[in-house]
Design a protein around this ligand. Structure first.
Ligand code: PMP
Length: 427
């Protein structure tokens, strides 16, 4: 029995399914989740001290790689001054100022503790600001697990086969309209019919919770247009894409303006942080300035703030995003070539340092239906083959992969060599 198997058995005695977030349980791919003891740079080390090249990177936050010495030093130093005060610190202002400086249309920003909180609060703000109840989201997009947003969601909600969770009141879910990602005509039609009832559209500007699906040309622009025409707000959920697709996320990359932006993951450098921010006149409606309530005991936590500040300082080093994109391209091209050599039909998508592979004959995958039609069984065998070769991919075919600044050329070559070997065994 491996140490992970032993630890998983123990965990299941006290924690539902042995995990604190469902997708970690390896339900989709089968087998036992790795229990991780430590991580450094591009590598995870499991409880048996086996090393893996990691393309999950804690599901996105670790864009610099794990345990960057400068981030760790900042965290350790700050921790010695106290872990939480429940009162303002200048660190919050510093991080807020940095976000407002870098991001277009971000005049004010509020920190929370997770992406879920960020999107939940952004939705409340949009509803309160517009005085409307209905929201539009897209099938396969995941925005955390708050009630209004857990309707036809992606990520773990897809692998569980519960697109809408029990416990979400039907009367609330009624206000969530779910449309097809990348279907601009569907969006126009919906707004033509009931545009005056819609508070907001929330969208992942690159979908990363149904594998990796970039927006088709014109899709995000259409969202902006219909929101302007009908007085609705556009929420770009950049929890995953922020500081990952580019320094200014998908907004900078695709040139689309949000009314409210949600952030998380990278801005906490591995600590629990989320944020929502946007135009002044909208953000001024939040308490204590305005009547829309939102709060948090640990929000703006000082240790989390310094991890974010240090991470954002480091990602602004010249060339970092160019290098990440080039490495992602090399990895994707190499794996595609290895699949071709082995006669395995494989398609890939990428956006900045996000990528995804699809076991399909289709030359392009750009919506949820196509993702669902991919060969999951083959992905699962690929996943376990790669794991045996020391490469850690997300344990479900509905998740994006992530490159970090710490991955070396050799790590990428080793990954491609592992893929070549595993494709040879897939048949
Ligand atoms: N929005 C997006 C786009 C996400 O990818 C996620 C998490 N993967 C969330 C929101 C929720 O964030 P958290 O898990 O921190 O609550």
């Amino acid at each position: 029995m491996s140490k992970s198997e032993q630890l998983f058995a123990e965990a299941q005695q006290y924690i539902p399914g042995g995990v604190n977030s469902p997708v970690r349980a390896f339900r989709a791919v089968g087998g036992t989740p790795l229990f991780i003891r430590r991580a450094e740079g591009a590598y995870l080390y499991d409880a048996d001290d086996k090393r893996y090249i990691d393309y999950v990177q804690s599901w996105g936050p670790m864009v610099l790689g794990h345990a960057h010495p400068d981030v760790i030093e900042a965290v350790v130093e700050q921790a010695q001054s106290g872990l939480s005060f429940g009162a303002p610190t200048e660190l919050e202002t510093e991080l807020a100022e940095e976000l407002c400086r870098l991001w277009p249309n971000m005049d004010l920003v509020r920190f929370v503790n997770s992406g879920t909180e960020a999107t939940m609060s952004a939705i409340r703000l949009a509803r309160g600001y517009t005085g409307r109840d209905k929201i539009v989201k897209f099938e396969g997009c995941y925005h955390g697990h708050s009630d209004s947003l857990l309707v036809k969601a992606g990520s773990g909600a897809l692998t569980m086969g519960v697109p809408s969770s029990p416990g979400v009141p039907a009367s609330l879910a009624d206000h969530t309209i779910t449309l097809n990602y990348n279907d601009a005509d569907g969006v126009r039609q919906c707004f033509d019919e009931i545009g005056d009832q819609i508070a907001c559209i929330i969208v992942e500007p690159v979908a990363g919770n149904m594998n990796c699906i970039p927006p088709l040309p014109g899709f995000l622009e259409t969202l902006r247009q219909v929101c302007d025409q009908h007085g609705a707000l556009l929420i770009l959920d950049e929890v995953m894409t922020g500081f990952r697709v580019s320094l200014t996320g998908a907004q900078g990359h695709f040139g689309v303006e949000a009314d409210i932006t949600t952030l998380g993951k990278v801005i906490g450098g591995g600590m629990p942080v989320g944020a929502f921010g946007g135009k002044r006149e909208i953000m001024e409606k939040i308490a204590p300035l305005g009547p829309i309530y939102q709060a948090g005991t640990l929000s703006g936590n000082p240790v989390a703030m310094v991890a974010g500040l240090e991470t954002l300082r480091l990602v602004q080093e010249p060339g970092l995003y160019e290098d990440l994109t080039a490495k992602t391209d090399r990895l994707v091209e190499g794996v595609l070539a290895a699949a071709r050599e082995a006669g395995i039909p494989l398609t890939a998508n990428r956006a900045g340092s996000m990528f995804g592979f699809f076991f399909t004959d289709e030359p392009q995958v750009s919506n949820y239906q196509q993702v669902m039609a991919c060969d999951n069984e083959r992905f699962n065998r690929f996943f376990h083959g790669m794991l045996a070769e020391g490469v850690y991919l997300a344990p479900a075919s509905y998740e994006a992969g992530f490159m970090s600044a710490a991955h070396s050329d050799k790590d990428i070559e080793d990954t491609i060599a592992a893929a070549r070997k595993v494709f040879g065994q897939l048949g």
